[in-house]
Write a protein that binds this ligand. Structure first.
Ligand SMILES: [Zn+2]
Length: 150
């Protein structure tokens, strides 16, 4: 139905010009998030916990306040996170259109490597913050990220 359309740039591109490097275009950054998700190194809660960058694996969209224990892994982001349900629905509808395979039948890892689904996955990433930098960790008294200087 809809042809391929480029979403408008959000303006974040203006950041970080100070270091003089050419900024990656938003398309390049989307492609890099896609690649990181495929390789399991996307900035999900589970990955960030494993690299000691967050105190827990919880999804920061589902439970920013109460600790409901929803582990933010790829499966959660692509299938279950209620904050992303509209974008998920659009993506799975397109995946089903090209593969005749329903959401329930997919493992997310398989979806990510199926090239027929790549346009839908890329649009999903463009329309969400999946795999982007996480919000700052709140001081909860458990793990803090203070840097020791000197
Ligand atoms: Zn969630």
């Amino acid at each position: 139905m809809d042809g391929p359309s480029r979403p408008p740039d959000r303006g974040a591109e203006r950041l970080a010009l100070a270091n003089g490097d050419r900024l990656p275009s938003s398309e390049e950054r989307t492609a890099s998030r896609f690649h990181q998700l495929k390789s399991g190194r996307a900035l999900t809660g589970v990955y960030l916990k494993s690299t000691d960058n967050r105190p827990d694996e919880n999804c920061w969209w589902c439970d920013p306040e109460n600790d409901s224990g929803t582990h933010q892994m790829r499966d959660h982001l692509f299938k279950h996170c209620y904050k992303l349900k509209d974008q998920q629905a659009a993506m799975w509808a397109r995946a089903k259109e090209v593969t005749k395979k329903r959401k329930q039948k997919w493992r997310v890892g398989d979806l990510l490597v199926d090239e027929r689904c790549s346009p839908a996955v890329l649009d999903f990433l463009r329309s969400t913050h999946v795999g982007r930098a996480a919000p700052p960790v709140k001081e909860t008294g458990t793990v803090t990220m203070k840097r020791r200087r000197g």
